[in-house]
Design a protein around this ligand. Structure first.
Ligand SMILES: Nc1nc2c(ncn2[C@@H]2O[C@H](COP(=O)(O)OP(=O)(O)OP(=O)(O)O)[C@@H](O)[C@H]2O)c(=O)[nH]1
Ligand SMILES: [Mg+2]
Length: 607
């Protein structure tokens, strides 16, 4: 018998990056008193991982819940950055509806379209939340029109078009259905969720079935599977079947069952259809698998996640400094870690290559890959990576490449440079309109290839006044060659410690990435040459000590402070014949072939 669980609502919050999802969850938690008395209130509390806090963005989707008017609202906070779109896709299976947040000034952005499209494809009920209505520059009527246009563009059903709109300021903690009515809480939003999002349907008397949509890990209990119970009931310590589409089921035993209560996970003896739960005890559990009643092993279908568009080689570190700083350095370590990653990072792929020292890792964008690199580095891994490359395809003999929709917001005086630079990268302008207040929005279709290394250049060109957003937009015919990085590298001539004397000579030729007193090795990149070719420089050279005066004269040299590139900037900087070396303590750039004679030989060989 199908029942409605009127005591529950299951929703996900989806939006473009930074439109305020995690801040809104904060307010729901605070106002529904999910905090104990005296417990310190943390801003963006759901962004609990170090990298999320450091970068101010959500990377992984996470569950929480609040209680309002005797209804438990299970909430999934999702990331808005396009590179983590796979996180949104995989959690939609857990919920019956979504809150689509749109910034009252920025309006509809590329990722708004992506996440709404995914929600519509899986028939979710939608509530639109126009957030940040406290912003002075808000343009609510236009933004409403943009949202309406978007729904129509995406071929929504009449029912979907009939969405409620809630106005909110997540930062100030209020929501209202009518902007002329003042509000001091988010309760109007919670009530709208209860009224408009259907209660989960499920038959708790039929055999148990639950799709795993998310995985977590905890040192005490190991792997934790998270999902929504589709039908039936489950009790602690129950034996169930673990099923996968087109594979044999295996018998496993669940140990603990947890439900989400505010910021905590609370153990429970029993859960039923409609509940979102976490279970421990199954070490081999993966996203996309189904837990079933042992008598009825029926796997549920798991959504096809969009394919990766960019790839990079991960190599065992073979620099002269290899093994000095990392805990995990062997090819076995690297292999095990990468294949473990793809079990939870559903839109990432790892492939073996013809060398056991090298793995091909593919993801949804540079950030998707660089977050993995940074995470592994912090775990104690040491390895090196190649320049990111887009993934080409051939269809009917025609070379195809991934394309992006690029949105650029710039003050009027930078339109010229924005058009020139995107043009060089084979961008084609599709639209331009004035946002008012002196800024212009330009929309381009551009090869993904053209965007590698573009962000840094764009920020310099617009003196930090430009905003760019892009999102994958399918494959198209190859657009022709794009000119490479116009500058060469300054390369250390020999292994040693840099001296002010040696660097002083080098700094006249370009810009330096290292200071004096740093250990370098032959073939390591220490700077950027102002000219197109590479330059060897003896940056460890000491001044000959011929007399006492000269011996002390190194101190008198004034070096320009070196440019410190971030990991992402390095990935964009390196050329095809270069690598980034990653260790827990350092990130260095190097030539693939370190020895200068061997490198010269390789270059002179016909390709
Ligand atoms: N003025 C204003 N700022 C807001 C509001 N809501 C959020 N912000 C700010 O917007 C920024 C981004 O907020 P987040 O809550 O991290 O946004 P998000 O949608 O979770 O971002 P991602 O998860 O990375 O996609 C923060 O600086 C917030 O303080 C609002 O209602 N008004
Ligand atoms: Mg967030």
């Amino acid at each position: 018998m199908i029942q409605n669980r009127e005591d529950i609502r299951n929703i996900a919050i989806i939006a473009h990056v930074d439109h305020g999802k995690t801040t809104l969850v904060d307010q729901m938690l605070q106002q529904c008193s999910s905090y104990r008395e005296n417990q310190q209130v943390v801003e963006r509390v759901m962004d609990s991982y170090d990298l999320e806090r450091e970068r101010g963005i959500t990377i992984l989707a996470k569950n929480t819940s609040v209680r309002y008017n005797n209804v438990k609202i299970n909430i999934v906070d999702t990331p808005g950055h396009a590179d983590f779109g796979g996180e949104v896709e995989r959690v939609l299976g857990m919920v019956d509806g979504v809150l689509l947040l749109v910034d009252a000034y920025e309006g509809v952005m590329p990722q708004t379209k992506f996440v709404l499209h995914k929600a519509m494809l899986s028939n979710k009920k939608i509530i639109v939340v126009i957030n940040k209505v406290d912003r002075q520059e808000r343009r609510i009527d236009e933004v409403k029109d943009e949202i309406l246009d978007l729904f129509i563009d995406l071929n929504c059903s009449d029912e979907q078009l009939d969405f409620p709109i809630v106005y909110a300021s997540a930062r100030q903690g209020y929501a209202t259905l009518d902007l002329s009515q003042e509000s001091t809480s988010v309760f109007a939003l919670l009530q709208t969720i209860i009224d408009h999002i259907p209660a989960p349907k499920g038959d708790s008397t039929s055999p148990f079935q639950m799709l795993i949509s998310n995985i977590d890990y905890n040192d005490y209990v190991g792997r934790i599977g998270i999902g929504r119970i589709e039908r039936g009931e489950i009790v602690k310590n129950q034996r169930v079947a673990l099923c996968r589409e087109n594979a044999e089921a295996v018998n496993v035993k669940i140990s603990q069952i947890y439900v989400f209560e505010g910021l905590k996970r609370v153990e429970t003896e029993h859960a039923a259809a409609g509940d979102i739960i976490a279970i421990s005890g199954i070490d081999e559990i993966n996203i996309g698998e189904t837990l079933c009643d042992s008598q009825y092993p029926e796997a549920l279908h798991f959504t096809q996640i969009d394919e990766p568009t960019i790839s990079m080689m991960f190599l065992v570190n073979n620099s002269p400094f290899a093994g000095r700083e990392g805990k995990y350095v062997t090819s076995r370590n690297l292999r095990e870690r990468l294949f473990r990653e793809v079990k939870t990072n559903v839109s990432m792929r790892v492939e073996e290559t013809d060398s056991t020292e090298m793995f091909k890792v593919s993801g949804r964008g540079e950030l998707h890959l660089s977050i993995l690199i940074e995470t592994m580095r912090r775990e104690g891994y040491e390895f090196s990576v190649s320049r990111p490359r887009v993934i080409f395809k051939t269809e009917n003999g025609q070379l195809k490449e991934p394309m992006e929709r690029l949105l650029i917001d710039v003050p009027e005086e930078y339109i010229g440079v924005a058009m020139e630079k995107t043009g060089l990268r084979k961008g084609e302008m599709l639209d331009m309109h004035n946002n008012g207040q002196g800024t212009v929005r330009l929309e381009f279709s551009i090869p993904s290839r053209g965007l590698i290394g573009f962000r840094g250049e764009f920020l310099t060109d617009t003196k930090g006044n430009g905003i760019m957003n892009h999102i994958y937009d399918g494959y198209a015919d190859y657009k022709g060659d794009i000119a490479e990085r116009p500058r060469g590298s300054i390369i250390a001539y020999e292994t040693g410690t840099t001296t002010a004397y040696g660097l002083n000579n080098a700094q006249e030729r370009g810009r330096l990435f290292v200071d004096a007193g740093i250990e370098v090795y032959e073939g390591m990149i220490v700077g950027e040459n102002a000219k197109t070719e590479d330059l060897l420089s003896n940056v460890c050279r000491k001044k000959h000590v011929t007399n006492i005066r000269a011996a002390g004269s190194d101190d008198a040299i004034k070096l320009t402070p070196p440019v410190r590139l971030s990991l992402e900037q390095m990935l964009e900087f390196i050329a095809e014949d270069e690598l980034v070396e990653i260790t827990p303590k350092n990130i260095r750039m190097r030539k693939k072939i370190l020895n200068k004679e061997q490198r010269a030989k390789a270059q002179s060989r016909p390709k």
